[in-house]
Design a protein around this ligand. Structure first.
Ligand SMILES: [Zn+2]
Length: 346
């Protein structure tokens, strides 16, 4: 069958094209996209700052309706509302041990739509896609599709917060209040932390205050390390979560840690910008440096529940919503500075 898709044809070039969708096989579902949020990967591919083959079909933050199910699909049926997860194979050791963020076979999974070009775990910028049943999570019928489309970014931070192992009354520093900083803030508060946000943007500073940050530091005006030490008997933060892909913040992120502190390396980092680490200090202060990438299936399940129960307010991170035929305008809006998420509705 044919499906209308919004493709990134080349750097800063988008077009609508009719693409083929595979037949629904055993253990697969036909997913009819309802809402897709334009994430950083989509925006960077569009701007050409992220290398990927063109044409590129993006959209991995997505919600929709199950249209058809293949033999062997037992949990969902046509008409169900759902989100999809990353392309876990569920056949490798890592997936089966709950370490699916590192699934070895994501690239080998059948494409969700037939496209000679680039398409990673997404496909949500196509009206229809075909997905294995184990990558589908049902959502309630009354749940807003826009909010549900943000399951994946929330689930990324669920994964990260679990690794941070925050205890009641701990001091957590979050560097950057983009969408990921926002989710980390809300989840850290749920875990009983006192949260200090480091953010230089005025609007985002205000948002951090509104959303429960204990203190907001402007790193261009205040010394983060000194400020946090002055609030913690000179010890430093129990947990530091860095959400900014900037080489300059890592040294502060390490220096601000207390003994036994945990540094969560959430943000991606360009491999060419190596950062020197003092392993003697890591040894003597008993510091942990913890990497975190995307969510596991379990993290996605938990994020769906939190959105469905209204435990996390999703409205502050949805800047705008555009109909699918205004997808080009949606991309223009999404690349403007300071945007959290722009959603496209089918
Ligand atoms: Zn796998």
């Amino acid at each position: 069958m044919k499906s209308k898709a919004l493709l990134i044809e080349d750097k800063k070039k988008l077009s609508y094209r009719s693409i083929d969708v595979p037949e629904v096989g055993d253990y697969e579902v036909l997913f009819h996209t309802q809402a897709v949020s334009l994430c950083t990967v989509d925006r960077r591919t569009y701007l050409g700052t992220r290398k990927h083959p063109f044409p590129f079909l993006g959209g991995h933050e997505c919600s929709g309706i199950i249209e058809k199910v293949g033999r062997g699909v037992v949990e969902v049926q046509p008409g169900d509302h759902a989100i999809f997860t990353s392309a876990y194979c569920m056949q490798c050791q890592l997936d089966r041990e709950g370490k699916g963020t590192q699934c070895k076979n994501k690239q080998k999974m059948p494409q969700r739509a037939n496209l000679h070009g680039g398409m990673i775990m997404g496909g949500g910028l196509s009206e229809y896609i075909v997905i294995p049943a184990w990558q589908i999570i049902k959502i309630p019928f009354d749940l807003d599709f826009n909010a549900a489309a943000l399951t994946e970014p929330l689930a990324c931070t669920v994964h990260s917060i679990k690794k941070a192992n925050i205890q009641f009354g701990e001091t957590v520093v979050i560097i950057g209040l983009g969408i990921m900083g926002y989710f980390h803030l809300k989840l850290s508060l749920m875990r009983g932390a006192r949260v200090i946000v480091s953010e230089k943007d005025k609007k985002r500073q205000e948002r951090a205050h509104e959303q429960g940050a204990w203190m907001v530091i402007d790193p261009t005006k205040q010394n983060l390390v000194e400020k946090v030490r002055s609030m913690t008997n000179g010890l430093g933060a129990d947990v530091v979560i860095n959400t900014i892909p900037s080489q300059g913040v890592w040294q502060d992120a390490i220096d601000v840690l207390s003994p036994y502190g945990r540094l969560i390396a959430y943000s991606s980092q360009d491999a060419k910008d190596k950062i020197g680490i003092d392993f003697g200090m890591i040894h003597s202060k008993e510091i942990q440096i913890i990497g975190t990438l995307n969510p596991t299936l379990t993290d996605n399940e938990e994020a769906v529940k939190m959105i469905a129960y209204g435990l996390i307010d999703m409205t502050p991170v949805i800047d705008a919503s555009y109909p699918f035929d205004q997808g080009i305008e949606a991309f223009q809006k999404a690349i403007a500075p300071g945007m959290y998420r722009v959603v496209i509705r089918y």
